[in-house]
Design a protein around this ligand. Structure first.
Ligand SMILES: CCc1ccc([C@H](C)CC(=O)N[C@@H]2O[C@H](CO)[C@@H](O)[C@H](O)[C@H]2O)cc1
Length: 810
């Protein structure tokens, strides 16, 4: 049973109202008359925090008392979003707080809207880390998340005449009531300098420069407040914020240089979600937070358990992709240089402690660092990488069937051309578990990127299909559906998402289908109101809401969605006599600031929207919109209103996807390829309740190997050719007719992402969507069966698997 609510819990609504006013007066310094919405937000959070802090302390004490093994999740990204609604709902206080505030004339929903998103991530990887932290607390597992406290998170996207503009994001502008500075948890992190060998083989690294890493803790509140875990984000501070001598000499810049360098380190999140910037500052960020985190983990272990050799029994460290991979070398440095363990003993402890999750097979996304940069910035770690590599290659050379080519592929050092340190190989070699994030992805890891390492360590790669927290992605963002489900199958699904299967029989219940459709329609009306107010565009809530929201990337094929929309537009215009099914196409997503084609695709979506929405011949049959500044809160607003979820990546390129799970859990049907977790969604919801089309991953590989050319396919598809030529010739860009020529030529000449190859199948699947939509019972049945069968995609199931099979904490 969850721990009994401590004495200082939130009193009944009126008492609660006065507690909030008391905080407003004594903490914010405003009385109810003068208070602004942001004052009420702060007062509500500070009041609610009291209970959270007590549960937090209780959780920490309980873990300590139990001598529990802790999970440490190292991630350069945590895409948290807003926390008030999440904390209120997980503590089951949302209704009484709403009531209490209402007695004060304050609308809880309104103040929840002004909380800034903690946008400390790019996309899938960062959001997964946030869902995982919530599930770890909800499963009562002692865990810490470690990351960087960026002052500027993911940039704000503004569209200027359809072009993406990146604006700094200042989530800390008005302070952050959720964080606690822990000045006592501060560590020295060095860079550069040199390594000297001291007496009896001891090694000494004297860095040329250093910063102080200071911890800021944010509570991670689990479902029913079962446990409150810690998200520890590091901030960099200069040891010498101001050099007075230089200042007095008038060299103000020089005097403050140290502080500037430190601030720069944790200032901003790199906005790339698959192409490494490859900049030195990025490596400095990766080492800064990895070192501070490892030092903090080792300090806690020695303090609580004494002997460092038992580290792997009491700590499970998970590397969220390669971004914290240098932590492997950092732990080796601390174990050998400070705790004077023999190399091999240190290596065994390191491997037993680390697990590594791979989130992408895109070659350009696999991080590697030029050896000179790595050596200059981290001279001691370079030595350790060499030592690890020597041991690894010695081991590999003993395995039969591992030839020179395999050795070269296994090596931590890429010798082809400029020598580079392969962070994926370092993470792989330094971990006892290497997991993929969906079944197909994990199989492709074994067959492609890690084929040789897999042959050397055949039982290291394992699969952990992603999941999403049903608290944020159903209960909190879709209260209408949650209430309806509760009426039908009782509340138990809120404690165990697997219990959603109790909904299956209701798919055949016409009255339940009706109420289900009514909830969906009211969510669509709510979204339409928002789109009307924010974009001035009127949407028909009875049209199919067909939605593609995710980072803009060529492998995610927003371009295929746009070209099919252009083909549909042309079909409607040339065949007005036909009975067309009204459709609303919504796009949203950010492009990495240096990703030219992705930014062009955003512009094209806006140009196509402008033309179609203004065309009187179309009316409400087709409306297109690109919603600006897609983020976690926007996803919570859009997903409950979706009928159709676009998951149309080139097969073999989307490791898993997690948006696909969120849409299906909210009763949308998926149109997608056999890629990532789409395959497992199909397996769970049933072939009749999903629209699958296109080439499989193997077929894509064959076509690529077989000299596939888009030109041949385009020539064979009138609809496709018409749409591509219309875009290429400037029909949607009269102000610059050749704007998309290059983009379209790319389809003729390369089409690496197989848009032409999959077009006809995709367009046909879209017509199947229309047909099913016009059979409301069939659509309703399928939508209900999607919700009923999405329990397996809860991140509680995923974390349960990590806990049992990788971390040994369950
Ligand atoms: C170094 C630049 C960089 C930054 C981020 C990344 C991430 C790995 C990209 C990412 O977010 N991958 C997504 O991870 C999700 C969670 O596992 C998956 O569901 C998505 O399929 C995958 O694209 C790669 C390279």
């Amino acid at each position: 049973a969850p721990p009994t609510a401590p004495a200082a819990t939130v009193p009944a609504s009126t008492a609660l109202a006065s507690a909030i006013v008391d905080t407003l007066v004594h903490r914010i310094g405003k009385d109810a008359q003068a208070a602004r919405p942001h004052d009420w937000l702060a007062a509500t959070i500070f009041t609610l925090r009291n209970e959270i802090i007590e549960r937090w302390m209780e959780s920490t004490k309980a873990a300590h008392a139990a001598g529990a093994k802790r999970v440490y999740y190292l991630s350069l990204e945590f895409l948290i979003g807003r926390l008030l609604r999440d904390a209120l709902s997980n503590l089951r206080h949302d209704d009484e707080v709403a009531e209490a505030l209402a007695t004060l004339g304050v609308d809880l929903a309104q103040i929840e809207e002004i909380e800034p998103d903690a946008a400390l991530g790019n996309g899938g990887l960062g959001r997964l880390a946030a869902c995982f932290m919530e599930s770890l607390a909800s499963l009562d597992l002692p865990a810490y998340g470690y990351g960087i406290r960026y002052v500027n998170g993911m940039f704000r996207q503004r569209l200027d005449d359809g072009w993406q503009m990146e604006l700094p994001e200042n989530w800390l502008a008005h302070g952050n009531p959720w964080e606690f500075e822990r000045r006592e948890s501060a560590y020295f992190v060095g860079f550069g300098g040199e390594v000297t060998s001291a007496a009896e083989g001891r090694v000494h690294w004297s860095p040329a420069e250093a910063v102080e890493a200071v911890a800021f803790d944010t509570p991670m509140v689990g479902w029913r407040g079962k446990r409150v875990n810690t998200l520890r984000l590091w901030n960099a501070r200069a040891f010498d914020p101001i050099k007075l001598d230089q200042f007095n000499a008038g060299d103000f810049k020089g005097a403050l240089d140290g502080q500037l360098r430190a601030e720069t380190l944790t200032r901003v999140l790199y906005p790339n979600d698959s192409t490494p910037a490859g900049q030195e500052l990025r490596l400095r960020q990766e080492y800064f937070f990895s070192s501070a985190s490892i030092q903090d983990i080792v300090r806690r272990h020695v303090q609580y358990f004494g002997d460092i050799r038992t580290l792997a029994d009491k700590a499970a460290i998970q590397l969220n992709d390669t971004h914290p991979a240098v932590a492997v070398a950092e732990l080796m440095r601390i174990l050998t240089d400070f705790h004077e363990l023999p190399f091999d003993v240190a290596w065994d402890i390191t491997r037993a402690t680390f697990g590594y999750t791979n989130h992408t097979l895109l070659p350009e996304a696999l991080e590697s660092w030029p050896l000179p940069l790595f050596e200059r910035l981290l001279p001691r770690h370079m030595q350790i990488v060499y030592a690890i590599n020597a041991k690894l290659l010695r081991e590999a050379s003993k395995v039969e069937g591992i030839d020179g080519r395999a050795i070269a592929a296994i090596s931590l050092i890429d010798e082809g051309g400029e020598r580079r340190v392969r962070m994926a190989n370092l993470a792989f070699a330094g971990s006892h578990s290497v997991n993929g994030v969906a079944a197909l992805h994990t199989e492709l890891m074994k067959k492609t990127v890690f084929a040789d390492l897999h042959r050397l360590y055949p039982d290291r790669i394992n699969n952990k299909t992603n999941g999403i927290t049903p608290r944020r992605w159903l209960q909190q963002c879709n209260p209408g559906l949650t209430a309806l489900l509760g009426e039908a199958i009782g509340p138990d699904f809120q404690d165990d998402a697997a219990k959603l299967t109790a909904l299956v029989p209701f798919a055949d219940d016409a009255s339940f289908r009706e109420r289900f459709a009514a909830v969906k329609r009211s969510n669509k009306v709510t979204l339409s109101t928002y789109i009307k107010e924010s974009m001035g565009l009127t949407l028909d809530p009875d049209a199919i809401f067909d939605i593609q929201i995710k980072r803009i990337h060529e492998y995610k094929r927003q371009l295929l969605g746009i070209i099919e929309t252009v083909a549909l537009y042309d079909q409607i215009r040339s065949h007005p006599e036909r009975r067309w099914t009204p459709r609303v196409k919504l796009f949203a997503g950010k492009a990495a600031s240096s990703y030219h084609n992705a930014k062009l695709i955003i512009k094209l979506a806006n140009d196509v929207a402008k033309r179609i929405n203004a065309d009187p011949a179309i009316g409400d049959l087709l409306k297109v919109a690109f919603v600006p500044n897609y983020n976690v809160s926007m996803a919570e607003r859009i997903i409950p209103a979706a009928d159709l979820s676009e998951q149309i990546s080139t097969a073999g390129m989307e490791a898993s996807g997690t948006g696909n799970m969120k849409f299906a859990l909210n009763g949308a049907l998926t149109i997608g390829t056999l890629d990532g977790a789409n395959i497992e969604i199909k397996d769970h919801v049933g072939d009749d309740n999903i629209f699958i089309f296109g080439l499989t991953a193997d077929e894509v590989a064959e076509k690529r190997a077989g000299g596939y050319r888009g030109r041949d396919v385009i020539a064979g598809s009138a609809e496709l050719a018409q749409a591509v030529n219309a875009i290429a010739s400037g029909v949607f860009s009269p102000d610059d007719p050749s704007r998309y020529k290059g983009l379209m030529d790319g389809l003729y000449d390369h089409d690496w992402f197989m848009l032409a190859a999959d077009f006809d199948a995709y367009a046909a699947a879209q017509r199947d969507v229309d047909a099913k939509w016009n059979d409301a019972d069939s659509w309703g049945r399928s939508a209900i069966l999607n919700v009923a069968n999405m329990g397996w995609f809860s991140s509680d199931r995923t974390i349960g698997e990590y806990a049992k099979q990788i971390w040994g904490v369950m």
